[in-house]
Design a binder for this molecule. Structure first.
Ligand code: CA
Length: 227
């Protein structure tokens, strides 16, 4: 079975290199040069993995990434051009995903593609992320805590899902905002704190003795790892 790899990249030179390298490795690459075209291809074709550039003519890769995640659990590898982007990419949840910094060698990218696909096929169903305490239902956008469904707003759901996917990882507030908000507003970082407070309250309503979200002063938040 040939794996379909969607390349969303506006620079023809970069795309050509990737198309050639992936074909050589036996993949079926598809190229779109805008984010919106890429989203359309994702809806219409069975895509196994996405290679997503961050600087796109019709938006940035983070925005498209959020849109992709809203609908699909397909793995995404980011192409980043600047080192300051790497920080944000690293903060993204997405078990199984990865990033490559430009300039890259075609061999490096195909190696990452193979590694991610291997991880996915050997791993768990990406649409169901669970720990002993939390059950995430990506299709219904619902999270249960000790078997009881939480009533979460959209942002609360996205924040908590990000934390659950990477237990122990400290998420900066900027990163949580990037992941959860449709239009991130870095000047309003305190609203992240407010949402965390509400989530904590909702968790306590189910288990009064449980407070799995850790505050890291000056850094951000993490979810306690399952013991
Ligand atoms: Ca670009």
């Amino acid at each position: 079975m040939t794996r379909k790899i969607l390349i969303i990249e506006d620079e023809p030179g970069v795309a050509d290199t990737l198309l050639y390298a992936l074909k050589t490795e036996g993949f079926q690459p598809i190229w779109c040069d805008t984010g919106s075209e890429g989203l359309k291809a994702l809806d219409e074709q069975g895509i196994d993995l996405v290679i997503l550039d961050i600087g796109l003519p019709d938006g940035n890769g983070f925005e498209f990434f959020r849109e992709i995640r809203g609908k699909h659990s397909v793995p995404v590898i980011f192409l980043t051009a600047r080192s300051e982007e790497v920080d944000r990419v690293l903060g993204l949840e997405l078990g199984g995903d990865d990033y490559v910094t430009k300039p890259f060698s075609p061999r490096e990218v195909t190696a990452r593609v193979k590694a991610v696909l291997r991880r996915i096929s050997g791993g768990k169903d990406a649409s169901k992320t669970s720990s002993s305490r939390f059950q995430v239902d990506e299709d219904r956008k619902r999270i249960a805590f000790f078997g009881t469904a939480l009533e979460l707003s959209r942002y609360e759901y996205r924040i908590l899902r990000a934390l659950i996917r990477r237990p122990g990882m400290v998420f900066k507030r900027e990163v949580l905002m990037e992941l959860a908000w449709d239009v991130p507003d870095i000047s309003g970082l305190r609203t992240v704190d407010t949402h965390i407070k509400t989530i904590r309250h909702k968790l306590r309503e189910i288990r009064s003795d449980s407070d799995p979200i850790r505050t890291h002063r000056g850094f951000g938040y993490s979810l306690e790892e399952d013991s």
